[in-house]
Design a binder for this molecule. Structure first.
Ligand code: ADP
Ligand code: MG
Length: 238
């Protein structure tokens, strides 16, 4: 079970109220995209779900469990950031297994998980290379692989494709979509890219100033934006 329920979530940095009583229910296996302009609070919301930020008020439930004050490592989530954050001195294999070190898994299980992730992401021939010998797209696949080997129910992506060129972006978009269809895990995916949101999401949450302006499937967001902000941001046809 990996639903996510966010209840009356508030987060302030000093006097700056970034998230204002935000509510969001995410279904098991759903691909939710948080879409909005820079500074609207997308990463802040994702970091609250991940446990990387302490909330000011409200609750977060993952899989029916109140995780609001749980450590990130206990929340059953895998996170992929915009910057690849791979360990340069380790091989791809080393990078993939590093996050499993404190899980006390048998060696055979670790190898099995690495093999499976490498197959899914098509990085099998790269396992013995160092990150410096990889392209940007390959590095980002390894970064996704690090979340994958942890065998979690929930993936959190923070603009994972923003540093890539347009061609790689569209390639990896297709792969992330395929990954989700294969794994059927719950995805929360942050982007400011409308195309990414429209092609990947089951539902899009359009954010502005720490508030969700509209939450709906891509066709509804595109064809029936609830206000001028959403219409302008998505680029409505009418
Ligand atoms: P987004 O990911 O949508 O671009 P963020 O969630 O990163 O937006 O930021 C939302 C707002 O919170 C911005 O105004 C940003 O400047 C501010 N902010 C983010 N992190 C911090 C922090 N650690 N301290 C103070 N302000 C922050
Ligand atoms: Mg951000």
């Amino acid at each position: 079970m990996a639903t996510i329920e966010i209840r009356d979530l508030r987060l302030s940095f000093g006097a700056l109220d970034v998230l204002k009583q935000l509510n969001l229910d995410i279904a098991e296996g759903e691909f939710i995209v948080l879409l909005g302009p820079s500074g609207c609070g997308k990463s802040t919301l994702l970091n609250c779900i991940a446990g990387l930020l302490d909330v000011s008020d409200g609750q977060i439930h993952i899989g029916g469990r109140n995780v609001t004050w749980e450590e990130p490592k206990d929340r059953g989530i895998g996170m992929v950031f915009q910057s690849y954050a791979l360990y340069p001195q380790m091989s791809v294999r080393g990078n993939l297994s590093f996050g499993l070190k404190n899980q006390r898994l048998p060696k055979a299980e670790i190898e099995q998980r690495i093999a499976r992730a490498a197959k899914v992401l098509q990085i099998e021939p790269l396992l013995d290379r160092r990150p410096a010998a990889l392209s940007g797209g390959q590095r980002q696949r390894v970064a996704i692989g690090r979340a994958l080997v942890r065998d979690v129910d929930v993936f959190l992506f923070d603009e994972p494709l923003s540093n890539l060129d347009a061609k790689l972006r569209s390639e990896l978009r297709v792969e992330i979509k395929r990954l989700h269809q294969q794994l059927e895990n719950t995805m929360v995916y942050v982007t400011h890219d409308q195309i990414e949101a429209l092609t990947l999401a089951d539902r899009i949450a359009v954010m502005r100033g720490g508030v969700i302006q509209q939450l709906a499937d891509p066709a509804t967001i595109y064809n029936k934006p609830t206000n001028l902000f959403v219409a302008g941001f998505i680029g409505s046809p009418s």
